[in-house]
Design a protein around this ligand. Structure first.
Ligand code: ISE
Length: 337
């Protein structure tokens, strides 16, 4: 069976998924595309031989579409996800699930009512080979009890439209999700620290870098450096410090260079490059589950909801610099295991 995919939102991520479906993914094809920009819809529909839609609801309910891929802006997600649930169609949704936790909760309630996991969230780092290996190492007990983690999230540059809040709810979201995934526990407190200095590369409205400190249920303390105008590359770092040993990501480089300046590895310049294999793998995972008629697995609406709770606390701390508690409600049975 070939899964007929409808893609909503044809910006950078939507287009990258269109290319992925046409070049990499097996068992699925894009049959419908939709965006608020008519010219983009027409152009993409032509390039990928898909039917153009100018209304998301019409695409979701079209017989041409078996499963929906949502790459629209965050504020549009809730209505689109709820419409897909109503139509009984599986959804792959780019992060964030929703911009705030209250809306995310409505998605949880609606999905629980359907009695089946119908959504996979685009937290692609869970599909990255390095993070997966790190998780296995932690779970095998090789490091002993985990005491600390050091993370860094460095982007070469961000556009002027990137707001201070986005450092939390657009960038740090990835660490928030991956910390929970690696440690199998929730984050209970968050504090945002504004260093005294900032890069001259950042727009005046930004404080860049920022440091976010997370604490988990068992007391693991994690520092996350968010440096989104670092200039030199797309550099994601994660090190777990255990009682007996430490382990961390090496990066994505497949080759090294020996040159007059020394010994080095190539560095990625975008998330598309750094996590290319992870994006392929998360989308193939989604398609496989749909083809097999199984409930979806991987990052869930619940993960999106809990990440939104932590982000809301992080945004409060961004304002007052105080440590903010995160209270995670009871996880519904649908999301256990
Ligand atoms: C962007 O939205 C992403 O998801 C990237 O992975 C992240 O590195 C970047 O900071 C975000 O703005």
């Amino acid at each position: 069976m070939t899964v007929n995919i409808g893609v909503i939102g044809l910006g950078m991520m939507g287009r990258d998924h269109l290319r992925r479906f046409s070049e990499v993914i097996s068992g699925a094809k894009v049959t419908a595309v939709c965006d608020i920009q008519r010219e983009t819809v027409d152009e993409m529909a032509k390039t990928f031989a898909a039917t153009p839609f100018y209304d998301a609801d019409a695409l979701i309910n079209s017989a041409l579409v078996d499963a929906v891929v949502i790459c629209s802006i965050g504020p549009a997600h809730k209505e689109q996800i709820l419409a897909a649930f109503k139509a009984g169609k599986p959804v792959f949704c780019e992060k964030p699930l929703t911009p705030g936790a209250d809306e995310a909760r409505q998605i949880i309630d609606a999905e629980v009512k359907t009695g089946k996991r119908l959504l996979q969230l685009g937290f692609m780092r869970r599909f990255d080979a390095g993070y997966q290996k790190l998780k296995q190492t932690i779970e095998a007990g090789e490091l002993g009890d985990i005491l600390l983690m050091h993370c860094a999230h460095r982007n070469p540059a961000v556009p002027e439209s990137y707001t201070l809040e986005m450092a939390i709810n657009d960038s740090a979201t990835h660490e928030i999700d991956i910390i929970r995934y690696l440690l199998n526990e929730d984050i209970v407190a968050v504090r945002v620290d504004r260093p005294g200095k900032k890069t001259s590369r950042a727009c005046p409205h930004l404080q860049d870098p920022l440091i976010v400190i997370f604490e988990t249920e068992s007391g693991v303390r994690i520092d996350d450096e968010l440096f989104v105008n670092c200039g030199y590359g797309y550099d994601i770092r994660c090190e777990a410090v255990g009682e007996h040993a430490i382990a961390g990501l090496t990066g994505q480089a497949l080759t090294y260079a020996r040159a007059p300046y020394g010994y080095g590895q190539n560095i990625a310049h975008s998330c598309m490059e750094r996590f290319a294999a992870a994006y392929d793998s998360e989308v193939q995972h989604f398609v496989n589950r749909v083809r097999e008629g199984k409930a979806l697995s991987g990052p869930s609406s619940w993960d999106g909801y809990v990440v939104a709770l932590v982000c809301d606390a992080g945004l409060a701390s961004l304002k007052d610099g105080e440590k903010q508690r995160v209270i995670v409600p009871q996880r519904p049975a649908l999301y256990q295991g």
